[in-house]
Design a protein around this ligand. Structure first.
Ligand code: CP
Length: 329
């Protein structure tokens, strides 16, 4: 029988940085128990008759479906809201929406990631007024339900003592839209707290938000880990245990798609292929939050090859989503 600790009930989950390492470990331990129960067809109806509202300002495959399927498996109901079809599209405030939804249900989860310096502000405003927990399904700053699943996946591969492992968080090329910076930002904030030496690699124009880089630096200092920023993917991959290369947009060019795509063309060679994977340690893992741009960010040989753990990561989105809902609601 799974024991769901109660000390996290009612908390918001907006950045992993807001939570202690112990509380983050509670999420992962609970997710492991729920994963075991899922594999063995054991019932997990910890949220019978409860409702979570999932508000999406952007598209999603994994996040939406992990939370919808997860809530059904917990015995409750996830209510999907495409905000373009709600009164939010006519300007209804975060305050009013948060108060009303929290009177109708037991939790609110939000994806609002497309415009730098808007999404997290919206979530924190809603969390202030809503008297139910608010979960960040990806903001402009962090993607904590992704990175907690990533950390669980890393534990599954390397055990929980990650001291001294080298992880390369790298920009990669794509010709699609300018993707948010929240995944690399979330990774550098979280992984520096869990014993890993983090190398962040990107072309000069693809800097992350300076205040987030500063948090990662301070985390590394406090934890005795290393944090380095370079502009060379090969250097970052050298002897890495973990590589996590993905595309993101240049912050100054959000909202300017033509300029953004033109800039990215300069860096087509930032693709992960077998040659680059040879630079890493033999046991290294290739990670990606997905969706991946095959043939642009990564070759099929790598993403479908022996180093890749992308489908384990995606699967762990379900188990960590369930853990978060069960613990917070
Ligand atoms: N990784 C991730 O958040 O995927 P979706 O955009 O499909 O939700």
């Amino acid at each position: 029988m799974i024991n769901i600790p109660t000390h996290l009930k009612g908390r918001d989950f907006i950045r992993t940085q807001d939570w202690s390492k112990e509380d983050l470990m509670t999420v992962i331990n609970t997710a492991e128990s729920l994963k075991f129960a899922f594999k063995h067809n054991e019932p997990t109806e910890f949220l019978k008759n409860k409702t979570i509202f999932l508000m999406f300002f952007d598209k999603s495959t994994r996040t939406r479906n992990a939370f919808e399927a997860g809530m059904t498996q917990l015995g409750g109901h996830a209510h999907y809201i495409d905000v373009s079809t709600s009164q939010i599209a006519h300007g209804e405030s975060a305050k009013d929406t948060g108060i009303i939804l929290s009177r109708y249900g037991h939790g609110i989860a939000i994806r609002h990631d497309l415009v730098p310096y808007e999404g997290e502000k919206y979530m924190r405003e809603m969390a202030f007024w809503a008297d139910k927990p608010v979960i960040n399904l990806q903001s402009d700053i962090d993607h904590p339900t992704q990175t907690i699943a990533d950390l669980m996946t890393i534990f599954e591969r390397f055990g929980t003592n990650l001291r001294g492992l080298k992880v390369a968080v790298s920009w990669a090329y794509t010709k699609s839209y300018a993707k948010p910076v929240s995944v690399p930002q979330g990774l550098i904030m979280l992984l520096t707290r869990f014993g890993m030496d983090v190398v962040l690699a990107h072309p000069p124009e693809y800097k992350l938000m300076p205040e987030i880089v500063e948090i990662a630096r301070k985390n590394a200092e406090a934890e005795g880990t290393k944090f380095e920023i370079v502009d060379d993917m090969e250097y970052a991959f050298k002897d890495a245990d973990i590589v996590y290369p993905k595309s993101w947009g240049a912050l100054e060019l959000f909202g300017k798609p033509e300029e953004s795509l033109k800039l990215a063309e300069k860096y087509r060679h930032w693709i992960v292929d077998e040659e680059k994977m040879k630079l890493t340690k033999p046991h290294s893992i290739y990670m990606h939050c997905l969706p991946a741009a095959r043939g642009e960010e990564v070759t099929d040989e790598v993403i479908d090859g022996p180093h890749s753990v992308v489908f384990d990561e995606a699967e762990n989105r379900l188990h960590t989503a369930k853990a978060l809902m069960a613990l917070l609601m």
